[in-house]
Ligand binder design. Structure first.
Ligand code: EPU
Length: 451
């Protein structure tokens, strides 16, 4: 096996305080948006994670000068000399992230053509890009799929369109936004995703000079403009990372304060956390005043002692329970008395990691049926996408191999909650989306080491 391994001596409650920065799933898109401006953009609170490095590399290849600002986590993007990159150069980033697909619209606007490498990202289902390509064709782009990647061109420019997504996909909504803002005329997108990260991307684009209206019922209307300028933006905090640490606090019977966590974006998670029996307290941020240093906002999460309660939940698009909150929370659910039900309705193959939890003593069965209240797209398609978790189970140590980012974090939580010493292989994958997670574990008193 690889030497990319973390040795975890479990059984110690996590205690302490950590900080989350800008949301991975906004920051990477805001970085792509900088390509659209005719002057520099400035983004604060950018976490040091692998996905940011991939986008930074791709921007650099296309002539965007990316420099570190004076603040920790500040990046400055200068798009004055946007230029084509060779397919060989771009292909260095093949398979490393899903963000490159969002370069289509901005590169078509800036250069008239684009090459997109084979995508990466987590293996949690087939993850097709058909909605993206359909939308781009609606705008007038020509898409040529080749074995090395996608070649796109827009010889006659891009024009606004009326388009309905078959499912409110986050990425496809971002694709439409990043393309429509500078397309000629009006675009109406129906069945759009409205995740907080999307609304924050709309804020970024609006700062750049875009005209975007978010109507009721998932309709977004974009009035194309001929040019956009740079932005200055502080992103929303990472609500997936915040929930991951909250779940870790609950599963290890600990107490973790997550500075930067934002209540409004986590309401659905907080309701479930409380139903399971976890406690939390929200601290609002206070600006400094004369004689008072001010206060950073955040949320304190803890296990109040006693038993946790089983719950039934379905993952869903916003404002539902995020699919990315699912894996970390399931570890805590192995400690709840009774039968919990989790119906995963966003990705068809996001429960594979439960096998590893079972190898540690959990009792989780997965089913092809829709076990939530609502039948979903996967019900008749033979995917094991519902789980029944019987608890409480005493978790014991095991050797684990991390399959993907969020499941990887759940493996880590399970190892921290289990009695004994686990070896978690492939932990570097966690650096794709969790900044400095090893330093944070140390701050929370976890007993972990690199062998
Ligand atoms: N889908 C299609 N066709 C498409 C696009 C999507 O069928 O062209 C399907 C997907 O297969 C999936 C569903 O639509 O079943 C939702 O996918 P979506 O497009 O919303 O996901 P995404 O944009 O690829 C982002 C996040 C994911 C997060 C989802 C859902 C980024 C970089 N990734 O993915 O985050 O789970 O939205 O909220 O923003 C993660 O951070 O670990 C992660 C996987």
């Amino acid at each position: 096996m690889t030497d990319d391994v973390l040795v975890v001596h479990g059984g110690t409650p996590l205690q302490g305080r950590i900080r989350v920065r800008g949301a991975k799933n906004l920051v990477s898109k805001a970085m792509v948006a900088a390509l659209l401006g005719d002057s520099p953009s400035r983004l604060f609170d950018v976490p040091k994670i692998r996905d940011v490095e991939v986008v930074r590399g791709l921007l650099g290849l296309h002539g965007v000068k990316v420099t570190d600002g004076d603040d920790d986590g500040e990046l400055i993007f200068d798009p004055a000399n946007v230029e084509s990159a060779s397919t060989d150069q771009i292909n260095v980033h093949a398979g490393s992230s899903r963000i490159p697909i969002l370069f289509c619209g901005p590169l078509l606007h800036r250069l008239g053509h684009a090459f997109i490498p084979d995508l990466g990202g987590c293996h949690i289902g087939p993850r097709p890009i058909d909605f993206h390509l359909q939308a781009l064709r609606e705008f007038g782009a020509t898409v040529d799929k080749t074995p090395e990647g996608l070649h796109l061109s827009a010889p006659n420019g891009l024009r606004g369109t009326k388009f309905a997504l078959p499912y409110p996909s986050v990425g496809a909504t971002e694709q439409v936004l990043l393309t429509a803002v500078m397309a000629e005329g009006v675009t109406e997108l129906r069945n759009a995703a409205v995740e907080p990260e999307i609304i924050d991307l709309i804020c970024v684009l609006q700062k750049m000079g875009a005209i975007i209206k978010v109507h009721t019922d998932r309709v977004i209307e974009i009035q194309g403009v001929p040019k956009l300028h740079g932005y200055t933006h502080r992103p929303i905090p990472d609500r997936i990372e915040a929930a991951s640490w909250a779940a870790a606090a609950l599963a290890t019977r600990g107490h973790v304060e997550v500075l930067g966590a934002e209540q409004a974006d986590m309401m659905t998670f907080l309701n479930v956390f409380r139903s399971v029996g976890g406690e939390y307290e929200v601290t609002d941020a206070r600006p400094p005043k004369l004689g008072h240093p001010g206060q950073e906002g955040g949320i304190r999460f803890w296990h109040p002692g006693g038993e946790l309660n089983a719950v039934a939940l379905e993952t869903d698009v916003h404002p539902g329970f995020m699919t990315d909150w699912q894996q970390p929370l399931v570890v805590a659910l192995t400690q709840a008395r009774g039968l919990s039900i989790v119906h995963e309705t966003v990705y068809e193959q996001r429960l594979g990691y439960t096998e590893a939890l079972n190898s540690m003593g959990a009792n989780i069965q997965v089913y092809r049926d829709c076990l939530g209240g609502t039948p979903c797209r996967f019900g008749r398609r033979n995917f094991k996408h519902s789980a029944v978790i019987a608890g409480p189970s005493k978790l014991h140590a095991a050797d684990l191999v991390i399959p993907d980012l969020r499941a990887g974090f759940s493996h880590l939580i399970a190892a921290l909650a289990a009695e004994g010493t686990s070896r978690v292989y492939g932990v570097d994958l966690i650096n794709r989306g969790y900044e400095d997670f090893e330093a944070k574990l140390a701050d929370l008193g976890a007993h972990v080491e690199r062998p």
